[in-house]
Each structure stands twice: as C-alpha cells, then as structure tokens.
Design a protein around this ligand. Structure first.
Ligand SMILES: Nc1nc2c(ncn2[C@@H]2O[C@H](COP(=O)(O)OP(=O)(O)OP(=O)(O)O)[C@@H](O)[C@H]2O)c(=O)[nH]1
Ligand SMILES: [Mg+2]
Length: 210
C-alpha cells in the first residue's frame, strides 16, 4: 500500500473571460462571493489543505490543492497554455447563461489536449446555475458534451456554493487514485529493471565462467 500524506495536486482553472473562474476559486477558498467583475490579468494560485478518505482503505489522507486561476482573455492565452503541462487536473468552466462560452469548450479542449496526457482528469464545469431565469445551456447539453469528450461533469454556482465542496472532493479522490496507479507503475518498472539487471548478471557470469 502506498502512503499518501501531504500530497500536492496542481489544479488549473480555465475557460472564457467572465465565466466565473476567479469567483469560483474565491468562494471555494474563503466562502465569499465577489459580485463585481474584475478581469484576471496573468495567473495566480491559492492553496487549500484538505483531508480525503482513500476509497481503498478508508484512511484519511492529507492533501494540498494548489489551485491556479488563469485569465480568460484571449491576449493571455499563450501564458495560460504553459500552465497546463504539469497540472494534475483541469477545470474547464463555462457560463450556463452565455452560449458562446459553451460553444468555445471544444476549442479549449483542442488546446488542452495538445499539452496534457490522455489520462489527465478534466472536469467540465457549468457555472452560474443560480441564474435559472437566464440559463441558455441546459444540463443535458452539458452532460452530452462531457460524455462526448470523456470529461467529468459538474454544475456549480459561485454564489450559493452549489456542488463546490463535492466537486473538489470527487476530483481529489480521482487525482489520488491516478497518482497511486502511477506510483505502482513506477514500482513495477523498477522491479522489472531490477529483475532484468539480475538476469543480465547471471548471463554475464555464465559467459565468463563457462
Ligand atoms: N450569479 C452568479 N454570478 C457569478 C457566478 N460566478 C461568477 N459570477 C459573476 O460573473 C462575473 C465574472 O466573474 P469572474 O470570476 O471574475 O470571471 P473570470 O472567469 O475569472 O473572468 P476572467 O478573469 O476575465 O477570465 C462577476 O461579476 C461575478 O460576480 C455565479 O456562479 N453566479
Ligand atoms: Mg478571473
């Protein structure tokens, strides 16, 4: 069994300008909703420590989520792309009241897939669900998009905190499981190398002493 204390996971939030990335992060970190819109310039991150139960053995594991808030504006895109590379998870956010932000999801995905591995967890996040009267992208449309691209799907509101805690809980559990699988793979490769090393020795000695 692999011990998982003090693991650090890097989560990167991306999506069009104004979809609510900064608000989502602020609400998750501090419990406050920011109603004024101040467009993010560049990139910033916040850290939150949390405990999650490991599904395999029910032990509590302490993890640190390093959550990066990126700027959605077009002019910052090249900077944003460079942050995907070492991410453990990406939150691709759209605004359910802005159809353009939903139409742009596939373009974002196209960019993301250039930089990250296929097994990287990507979550499609339908934000601003509190604005029910102004909603133009349905839950079904969101779910279909997520299914088409094998993404996890979450509906959130940075105003009333809908789903925020459970979303990060679910994603953290997935990131832990993925890291554990990677560690097991590395251990297996080490074993194979060790084994290969031993057999090389045996054959070499056979060569020398026969
Ligand atoms: N009603 C409602 N408003 C929201 C929600 N999330 C964000 N907003 C509002 O949407 C506006 C934009 O939010 P931001 O979080 O600044 O958007 P952003 O995605 O960070 O935008 P950029 O930094 O330009 O990329 C702000 O006025 C927020 O108050 C939400 O869940 N519900
Ligand atoms: Mg922002």
């Amino acid at each position: 069994m692999v011990a998982h204390n003090n693991q650090i996971f890097k989560v990167v939030i991306i999506g069009d300008s104004g979809v609510g990335k900064s608000c989502l992060l602020k609400q998750y970190m501090t419990g406050e909703f920011v109603s004024t819109y101040s467009s993010t310039i560049g990139v910033d991150f916040l850290v939150r420590e949390k405990f999650v139960s490991n599904p395999k053995d029910d032990r509590l594991t302490r993890v640190k989520l390093q959550i990066w808030d990126t700027a959605g504006q077009e002019r910052f895109r090249t900077v944003t792309y460079s942050y995907y590379r070492h991410a453990d998870c990406i939150l691709l956010v759209y605004d359910v009241t802005e159809s353009d932000s939903f139409s742009n999801i596939e373009r974002w995905l196209g960019e993301v897939r250039k930089y990250v591995s296929e097994t990287m967890p990507i979550a499609l996040v339908a934000n601003k669900t509190d604005l029910t009267d102004r909603r133009v992208v349905s839950k079904l449309q969101g779910q279909q998009m997520a299914t088409k691209h094998s993404l996890a799907y979450f509906e959130t509101s940075s105003l009333d905190r809908q789903c925020l805690e459970s979303m990060f809980d679910t994603l953290t559990t997935r990131m832990l499981a993925r890291r554990e699988e990677d560690e097991i793979k590395i251990m297996d490769v080490d074993k194979i190398r060790l084994h290969a090393g031993k057999s090389e020795k045996v054959s070499t000695s056979k060569c020398c002493y026969q």
